[in-house]
Design a protein around this ligand. Structure first.
Ligand SMILES: Cc1cc2nc3c(=O)[nH]c(=O)nc-3n(C[C@H](O)[C@H](O)[C@H](O)COP(=O)(O)O)c2cc1C
Ligand code: SF4
Length: 448
């Protein structure tokens, strides 16, 4: 199990997502329903059904300001309203527990530690939008999470929280746990829905959004498991209590995977926390080294310099800074790292994972990688920086899915904050970090 990192000394970070799991302690069985209900599980669902009703439940979630934790930060209440107001005989709620970034364990850890938070959040969403079918999609390698959710769904059904007549006579909720296996793109909601429908696929142009036309063309609320796990807490404690945590534009908390030079683990962080507080959890740099950059958002994330660590960890501020929340990953690099080489490796990942449907993305991301590759191997052209800018612009302009919009970020942020290092490679054939040894070789070969 991944370590849960405590808040920095002197700070009190409230817990929403792991609150019940932490209250019960790590030695208890997270799938024990009696223990979970004693800690408050399903009280939110009962309140939604017995006191609020569907419309007020949606209004509660909208008023809380909850935004999707799967990366985009889309307002959850708005999504639920769209699904509820679309005429249909059948509606679905899909919990996205795929966890596309292989280096990030946050969703998996949540599902292992408190599977009932996800089941209850999904049930409340289904009740609110009028869905009778729920699916929890989990990457098949996450066997512990699959086992926890499968057991939790069975227990919850036996107790009548879900299943036949869950929302009243004749109002059923069928919940199934589905394992899925695939590449990075499978976490994207339209690809995931195709996989759940039994096919393989590439992203679809939106609109129509899945909330209007999703699984089997029915309105489908696709929600990250962390988003769903926040829902019971909001229903019980009220939207105001949730909005009081985090920042005004991004209320609540999020699980962040921190990889520092001293520690790695997962922390539940109030959104709006300055990046330096998150970085401090893992340790800025090993003794004798200095922090050079922080990769925020996963493989398509932004490389931010030490001077940008005042940036608040929340959807809008990170975007403005040239990064994004993405997979919830924060990785620290010290002065031994070459930013150009790092950006090159990340761009290669993004190019390899592009599904190929859109030509500017398929060819453009590959070209971005090739240009960065020739820069780090001592074969740059003077026009390369401008070419990177123009090509990135064209790629973003033609974006079909978010992957394309984000795949340019490692290089774009690298150029924005570490331009001098790029120029050293191009104009002086020098890699200040000493990482790009082929530069030296190419230079020596050229001078012979
Ligand atoms: C390449 C790519 C990978 C993604 N992977 C995931 C993922 O692993 N889990 C997830 O919840 N959302 C992922 N998303 C975002 C989903 O498409 C979708 O926005 C999200 O599941 C909606 O839930 P939310 O509103 O609760 O965030 C990914 C998006 C892209 C473009
Ligand atoms: S933008 Fe890229 S990843 Fe998205 S559909 Fe097009 S080729 Fe596939």
């Amino acid at each position: 199990m991944t370590d849960i990192l405590a808040a920095p000394k002197g700070k009190r970070w409230p817990s929403v997502l792991l609150a019940r799991a932490l209250a019960r302690g790590s030695s208890t069985d997270p799938t024990d329903l009696d223990g979970a209900t004693a800690a408050g599980a399903f009280a939110g669902l009962r309140k939604a059904i017995d006191e609020l009703g569907p419309a007020a439940t949606i209004a509660t979630i909208a008023a809380s300001g909850l935004r999707g934790r799967g990366g985009s930060g889309f307002p959850t209440g708005e999504k639920w309203r769209a699904a509820a107001s679309t005429e249909a005989r059948r509606r679905f709620v899909v919990a996205n527990g795929y966890g596309a970034d292989p280096a990030v364990q946050t969703d998996r850890t949540l599902m292992e530690r408190d599977p009932y938070a996800v089941v209850e959040g999904l049930a409340i969403a289904a009740f609110a939008v009028g869905a009778s079918e729920g699916i929890i999609a989990i990457r098949s390698e996450a066997s512990q999470a699959v086992a926890a959710l499968t057991a939790a769904v069975g227990e919850a059904e036996e107790a009548g929280f879900i299943g036949p007549d869950a929302f009243g006579p004749g109002r059923d909720l069928t919940v199934t746990v589905r394992t899925v296996q695939g590449a990075y793109m499978l976490g994207e909601e339209t690809v995931l829905l195709k996989a759940l429908a039994g096919g393989r696929g590439q992203p679809e142009q939106r609109p129509p959004y899945p909330s209007q036309e999703g699984l089997f063309d029915a309105p489908t609320v696709v929600q990250n498991v962390q988003t769903l796990a926040a829902v019971p807490w909001i229903v019980i404690n009220g939207p105001g209590a949730f909005a009081a945590i985090g920042s005004k534009a991004s209320p609540g908390t999020m699980l962040v995977q921190v990889r520092g030079h001293q520690r790695s683990g997962i922390a539940e962080v109030p959104l709006g926390t300055p990046l330096h507080d998150i970085v401090a959890l893992g340790g800025e740099a090993t003794p004798g080294r200095i922090l050079k950059a922080v990769l925020v958002g996963g493989p398509s994330g932004g490389l931010l310099p030490a001077e940008a660590l005042d940036t608040r960890y929340e959807f809008d501020a990170l975007r403005q800074a040239g990064a994004h929340v993405g997979s919830g990953s924060v990785v620290v690099a010290d002065d031994r790292a070459c930013i150009v080489d790092l950006a090159r490796l990340l761009t290669r990942f993004c190019a390899d994972e592009a599904c190929g449907k859109t030509i500017p993305c398929r060819i453009g991301t590959r070209r971005l990688f090739e240009i960065s590759d020739r820069i780090v191997t001592g074969r740059p052209r003077p026009t390369d920086p401008q070419l990177l800018v123009d090509l990135s612009h064209d790629i973003v302009e033609s974006a079909l899915c978010d992957h394309e919009r984000l795949a340019t970020l490692p290089l774009a942020s690298g150029m924005r904050y570490f331009r001098a290092e790029l120029d050293d490679h191009i104009l002086r054939s020098s890699c200040p970090a000493g990482v790009c040894r082929p530069i030296a070789l190419a230079t020596a070969a050229g001078s012979r």
